[in-house]
Design a protein around this ligand. Structure first.
Ligand code: SAM
Length: 221
């Protein structure tokens, strides 16, 4: 079966424009070696996250869903000196692989991987009275997307940037029977985004090696 043209174009754009470094390539290959699912963002999306961190001037980033740390490393590479990224991961094995990748990228002083169910980690961050996060990337279990969006508002401040991945899910947002585990959570999050008094957002559709998908971009009012 021939690849769709957009996969070849993605490869061309990654090689021509995006230029992931050795640490980022290691994060992807280590996940494959550890038998983890290849569900990290694409390199062009990872670079977009880095650029959004830089353009927004974020110093404190919160990530929900670490995997092997590929998107964590992209975003941490966009942080200024003294910047911090906290990333939430449910599985100990994933967190260990991610910590090794973060250390290999020279970012161990900036990145903290917290293990546990994200809803519990987020409540703990709130209870600790952490400084507000300037940028939040949501990419974990889609069932809880709406809860994560609410937490992003609560742990953020006016002006916080939020990116929510997998907002189109092969079109399942129009036909939840395509995936009755994930689609209802994504739809609920999009409805919340569209109606939330403290959020203003949009959704960009994407195609590439991860198929037909998209991401929501939002700002806390
Ligand atoms: N953001 C990563 C990247 O692009 O490199 C990919 C994250 S992957 C799509 C989703 C991750 O969320 C998995 O590692 C999974 O174990 C984790 N996860 C799933 N449910 C979770 C939960 N309730 N709390 C925290 N992490 C969870």
């Amino acid at each position: 079966k021939t690849q769709p043209g957009w996969v070849a174009v993605e490869d061309f754009l990654t090689a021509t424009v995006v230029h992931p470094d050795d640490a980022l390539r290691r994060a992807v290959s280590s996940a494959v070696d550890a038998g983890m699912p290849p569900i990290e963002v694409t390199p062009n999306a990872g670079k977009l996250l880095k650029l959004l961190v830089q353009i927004s001037g974020a110093r404190r980033v919160l990530e929900i869903g670490t995997l092997a740390g590929f998107s964590s490393i992209w975003m941490a590479q966009g942080l200024p000196d003294g910047g911090r990224l906290v990333t939430c991961e449910y599985l100990t094995k994933h967190a260990e692989v991610a910590r090794a990748n973060v250390a290999a990228a020279g970012l161990a002083d900036k990145v903290e991987v917290r293990v546990g169910a994200a809803l519990e980690t987020l409540a703990a961050l709130h209870a600790e009275g952490q400084e507000p996060f300037d940028f939040v990337f949501i990419d974990a279990d889609k069932e809880h997307d709406a809860d994560y969006l609410e937490w992003a508002v609560r742990l953020g401040r006016p002006g916080t940037t939020i990116v929510l991945d997998n907002a189109v899910w092969e079109g399942a947002v129009l036909d939840p029977s395509m995936d009755d585990v994930n689609a209802p959570g994504i739809i609920q999050a999009l409805q919340l985004l569209g109606n939330h008094p403290q959020l203003e957002g949009t959704v960009i559709q994407t195609v590439g090696s991860k198929g037909w998908d998209g991401f929501a971009l939002a700002r806390v009012r």
